[in-house]
Design a protein around this ligand. Structure first.
Ligand SMILES: Nc1ncnc2c1ncn2[C@@H]1O[C@H](COP(=O)(O)OP(=O)(O)OP(=O)(O)O)[C@@H](O)[C@H]1O
Length: 328
């Protein structure tokens, strides 16, 4: 049973932006960690904002714990948000945390909004959340500018978990940090998932950050999911040429897709004239694309929890190497 179901989600920011997300489907089970990876501008932030109802969807549905979030408006949407079942954690905690509030007041924000707790119960929950993320409750009197970047990100996580959510939506939660603080935040997320049973959707452009943490991964390109499945399978044996390129470009994750070099997967640059119809968004760059890829919507093959949207999913890997000279 999935806790969060995203079904055919489409989003645009007005007519001029065009479709920023199209036909995105994703499901998250209780306690599961799902990674969403994609390059800058692929729509990752838009996806998490649309999931919590901060950006309206213009097609598709988001259902969380039995509630269709995309059908909620106005008062009902605000009431749903107050329950705190889904919590967003942003990349830049210096900007997302109110600089004038103390750490304790920040962590208490969601609890105040949800209501129903006495002052002392609320203070207890704040201390409990700070301890849970590895911070001394004595830090509660400081302001965001008076703690380190790594500590600030922990404060953002403490704020999110204080309301006991079922899903944390983390948008590049560690990418603004130095390597050591980044690792600590990733380890902390892993611990929170184990100790609290909270599901996590983790957005990142960095495969390495996702590799050791997530159960499943979805790959976004140009606002569409090109592939998703168990992380070991997707990173170990990519079914979409774009995923293969990402994996080959991230040697630190230890996977060796097809045993080939990144060069054979290198994007083609000679297809600018190809029509951008309803076909595969990656077609103009894909070294294995044929002309119909650009106009025909790619099939979504589903088997064993894996999905791949590629016309040549079964055959492109056989062409690696042969096509390089011909198409790139
Ligand atoms: N408020 C907005 N108004 C108009 N266009 C927007 C808005 N927010 C995002 N976009 C556009 O939507 C597309 C997807 O942006 P989004 O921020 O979701 O991508 P992203 O994958 O999260 O990128 P990054 O990794 O840089 O954060 C981009 O082309 C962006 O310019």
């Amino acid at each position: 049973m999935s806790l969060l179901e995203v079904d055919g989600l489409g989003v645009s920011y007005g007519r001029r932006s065009g479709r920023v997300l199209s036909g995105v489907s994703l499901s998250v089970r209780p306690g599961e960690v799902v990674g969403v990876v994609g390059e800058t501008g692929s729509g990752k932030t838009t996806l998490v904002r649309a999931v919590v109802g901060l950006v309206p969807a213009d097609e598709g549905r988001v259902t969380f714990d039995g509630t269709e979030v995309t059908a909620l408006r106005g008062r009902r949407l605000r009431a749903f948000r107050r329950t705190g079942g889904m919590q967003l954690v942003f990349q830049d905690s210096l900007r997302s945390l109110d600089p004038d509030l103390t750490v304790a007041a920040i962590v208490a924000e969601g609890l105040t909004v949800a209501g129903g707790l006495t002052r002392s119960e609320q203070a207890e929950r704040v201390d409990e959340a700070l301890i849970r993320v590895g911070l001394d409750p004595a830090l509660g009197t400081r302001r965001p500018g008076q703690v380190s970047g790594g500590q600030r990100q922990r404060v953002a996580l403490a704020r999110a978990i204080a309301v006991r959510p079922k899903v944390l939506l983390c948008d590049e939660p560690a990418s603004a940090l130095d390597a050591s603080s980044r690792n600590q935040v990733l380890l902390l997320l892993d611990r929170l998932r184990r100790e609290l049973g909270v599901a996590i959707v983790m957005i990142s452009h960095d495969l390495t950050s996702l590799a050791g943490l997530v159960d499943r991964v979805a790959v976004l390109f140009g606002g569409r999911l090109v592939e998703q499945g168990p992380v070991g399978e997707v990173f170990g044996d990519p079914a979409h040429p774009y995923t293969a390129l990402l994996v080959a470009s991230a040697p630190s994750i230890g996977a060796r897709p097809l045993g080939r070099s990144a060069a054979s997967l290198r994007p083609a640059r000679d297809r600018e004239s190809w029509p951008h119809g309803g076909g595969c968004r990656y077609a103009p760059l894909c070294p294995f694309a044929t002309a119909d890829c650009a106009v025909e919507p790619p099939r979504e093959e589903r088997a064993d929890g894996r999905t791949v949207a590629c016309h040549h999913a079964e055959t492109w890997s056989d062409l690696v190497g042969q096509t390089r000279g011909a198409l790139t």
